[in-house]
Design a protein. Structure first.
Length: 345
């Protein structure tokens, strides 16, 4: 992913300019920048804003909203009673079938639109380097299944990486308003390593351990994907309990990252958990949990980690992040969870 670092650095510099001009639109700036980075890396697509909107950003917002609602455990009776999948769409209580059909079409559109864009760019000989164009360089030798897998791999990077990264950056800005001492310490590290005449870059990462610890703590404190449904492929035994094949298993990632035995004072935003030399054992890297497990681990974890690093360090280098002031008094934002498969603080 190193070859895409210039894209992330460029788009993050534009993000800083937009935030400086209109800080009240921070959430929109975060979403726009995250989408711009992922679309350029995945497809070589640059945002085409018309009246403040872009069609590919709009459709991925719609898809991820549907996914967050549709994949909530227990949200659909058909999950508990699979026989209901055979009832017709007009049957009372079968509205889920209509929603599933509509949402499937929306997802297919989200996958097809940028794929067609990149294919056309390649046909015209003007496609910039991207994840998809690199994979399609030898397209003539692909089987139908391989071509389909490549299309959906790019789509997974695009759809799965947008909301999760946005949520993590939201959590970072919230944490900085509530834990100013963390912000000051990170800024001191950046000033000492980077100086004041340039922005942090990826080459600085090995020399910014406290900033790297902030990224870890963002992923722990503001758990992005707290519950993800898995299914067993074969029967198994665990802790004396029999688990049949095809059993839904829901790992509680929220608890894993808030377990006070693993992370003392879990509600406290404390990057020093991950730094050796404080006289206590270094606590577990939350990335071991936050990005999933085994074969289902998030394939975009390196991209997400890079996006968080460059966004967080550059924001700290340029801005002092403070709560809103009303009548001369700082008004601390509430830490409230917006529920869903992908949640936000």
């Amino acid at each position: 992913m190193d070859k895409f670092h210039p894209i992330e650095e460029y788009e993050t510099a534009k993000f800083l300019q937009r935030v400086a001009a209109k800080p009240e639109d921070l959430s929109a700036h975060i979403r726009r920048t995250t989408g711009a980075i992922i679309l350029r890396i995945a497809y070589g697509y640059e945002l085409k804003y018309v009246d403040g909107r872009d069609p590919l950003l709009d459709i991925v917002d719609e898809v991820m909203g549907q996914f967050s609602v549709g994949s909530l455990p227990g949200a659909w009776l058909v999950d508990a009673m699979p026989i209901l999948r055979h009832v017709p769409e007009w049957f009372p209580g079968a509205n889920f079938k209509k929603l599933a059909r509509e949402w499937k079409q929306c997802l297919n559109n989200a996958i097809e639109m940028p794929y067609i864009f990149t294919k056309q760019q390649m046909a015209d000989g003007i496609a910039p380097p991207s994840f998809l164009s690199n994979l399609l360089a030898n397209e003539s030798s692909f089987t139908a299944d391989e071509a389909k897998n490549i299309k959906w791999a790019a789509g997974a990077l695009y759809t799965g990486g947008t909301d999760t990264t946005v949520s993590a950056i939201y959590s970072f800005f919230l944490a900085m308003t509530r834990f100013p001492e963390v912000q000051r310490k990170a800024q001191a590290e950046i000033d000492a390593v980077v100086g004041n005449d340039r922005l942090p870059s990826f080459s600085d990462k090995p020399n910014l351990p406290y900033c790297d610890a902030i990224i870890k703590e963002v992923l722990r404190w503001g758990v992005v994907v707290p519950l993800v449904v898995h299914s067993t492929e074969e029967e198994d035994w665990h802790d004396g309990k029999y688990i049949p094949a095809n059993t839904l298993v829901i790992p509680n990632i929220w608890w894993m990252l808030r377990d006070p035995e693993r992370y003392p004072e879990p509600e406290k935003f404390d990057p020093e958990r991950y730094i050796a030399g404080s006289g206590e054992a270094v606590q577990a890297d939350p990335r071991s949990f936050a990005f999933g497990f085994g074969r289902r681990i998030c394939p975009g974890l390196n991209l997400a980690d890079a996006s968080l690093f460059i966004s967080i360090t550059r924001s700290l280098a340029v801005f002092n992040i403070k709560p809103v002031v009303e009548n001369g008094i700082d008004v601390l934002p509430e830490v409230e969870i917006v529920p869903g498969t992908i949640c936000a603080l």
